[in-house]
Design a protein around this ligand. Structure first.
Ligand SMILES: NC(=O)c1ccc[n+]([C@@H]2O[C@H](COP(=O)([O-])OP(=O)(O)OC[C@H]3O[C@@H](n4cnc5c(N)ncnc54)[C@H](O)[C@@H]3O)[C@@H](O)[C@H]2O)c1
Length: 367
């Protein structure tokens, strides 16, 4: 029998509320530059929808729309729990960033962002970089993730790593009674932009760190800086190594069934997006007594950083906000315990509550 939902058009899916409930979806085309883009606004309940621009060679236009819808919804939840007065949105540009990205195309895209009059604030994502946002920003006032020379905050991985470390401190407090990683063994899979800063926080806190990366040069750079850090061959070996904390900081879907079964760590807290490979993994983790700090909560330092750009970037102000990831993560663990649900479910509930109540950032998490 044919699955009706699989053959259903994306427009039908969009208007079926349990699938999306998005406020607005804009299809953009500029013939002169070849731009084809989708801007999806999931919610502006808490303020202008904020989320990055993905540049990706989608197999089909429908796939691009679906990705924009899913990513935009994810940003509503992330921004709500980051304590930002922003809703969730995301844009995708259909094409190969290596061959299709031109100045003309980025400017055309910037004019579409301008046409939304501030309902959507954009930033970098997979396939777009700070230098691209500098171009997009020439056409509108609602582009963040720009270079410091253009009034931007630059590389967002600094505060992303800081936020992940705050989430880890919260998990340590729940699991071991102290908000510290001192004497704990932490395994990091992926020591790229975020992972390398996370190593520094952990070493400063007195943790024992073990890393892995598919790029030998990334591991070598860590060991050169921190000779006491250990390294193993790959993530599969890392999760089997005796660990207290596992930090996925590479790609999505790091927590699949074999990984969860093999994990020695009793805390999982890392920067990677979409760590849970499929629904149900969050329960498997909880059933094994593993405390999972929800990915979109602990990796919100980057979006906190770009949101600050709208007010004239101030690193200390953004860092103070990212410090609150500690309190938010604790609140999620508390709620999970009280409701008898995994932390990932508790996080979604708290985000939905804030959106439904339209609680301003100033009141979010106030006791
Ligand atoms: N940069 C940010 O501000 C930010 C914000 C939120 C979320 N994230 C997420 O955090 C993760 C890391 O981001 P990043 O900016 O550090 O990216 P990055 O590309 O700089 O680093 C990722 C690292 O993971 C390594 N890697 C890839 N596959 C691997 C594997 N199978 N095993 C081990 N290592 C592997 C890569 O070689 C690279 O060194 C991504 O999932 C990203 O979406 C990043």
């Amino acid at each position: 029998m044919t699955d009706v939902r699989q053959t259903e058009s994306v427009v039908a899916k969009l208007f079926r509320s349990e699938q999306g409930g998005h406020e607005q979806v804009v299809l953009c085309q500029d013939r002169a530059s070849g731009l084809k883009a989708v801007i999806a606004l999931h919610s502006t309940a808490l303020g202008a929808a904020l989320g990055g621009t993905r540049f990706f060679p989608y197999a089909s236009d429908d796939e691009a729309v679906e990705d924009a819808l899913n990513l935009a919804r994810g940003m509503s939840y992330k921004n709500a729990l980051a304590g930002l007065d922003h809703g969730g949105g995301k844009a995708v540009i259909i094409g190969d960033p290596d061959t299709d990205k031109t100045e003309q195309l980025l400017l055309a895209y910037g004019r579409f962002v301008a046409s939304l009059g501030g309902r959507y604030v954009t930033a970098c994502d997979v396939g777009t970089y700070v230098s691209d946002m500098d171009v997009v920003a020439r056409e509108n006032r609602w582009t963040t993730g720009r270079s410091p020379e253009n009034g931007g905050a630059g590389d967002s991985s600094v505060l992303t790593a800081f936020g992940v470390f705050q989430g880890m401190r919260a998990a340590a407090r729940v699991q071991w009674g102290e908000p510290s990683l001192r004497g704990r063994r932490v395994g990091i899979a992926g020591v790229g932009k975020v992972g390398k800063h996370l190593v520094q926080h952990l070493v400063d806190d007195g943790a024992e760190v073990v890393v892995t990366d598919v790029r030998a040069d990334a591991v070598d750079a860590i060991i050169a800086r921190h000779p006491q850090v250990g390294a193993v061959g790959d993530a599969e070996v890392l999760v089997r190594t005796p660990l207290d904390v596992y930090a996925p900081c590479a790609l999505g879907h790091a927590l699949d069934d074999p990984t969860v079964a093999a994990l020695t760590a009793t805390v999982v807290c890392g920067a990677a997006n979409n760590q849970l490979a499929h629904p149900g993994v969050e329960k498997d983790l909880a059933d094994r007594g593993i405390l999972y700090a929800p990915d979109y909560v602990v990796n919100a330092g980057g979006v906190i950083q770009v949101a600050d750009e709208l007010h004239g970037f101030d690193f200390d102000r953004a860092k103070a906000k990212a410090t609150k990831i500690y309190d938010t993560t604790l609140a999620i663990f508390d709620r999970a315990k009280a409701d008898g649900v995994p932390p990932a479910v508790a996080a979604d509930r708290l985000a939905e509550h804030r959106m439904a109540e339209r609680t301003p950032a100033a009141e979010w998490l106030r006791p």
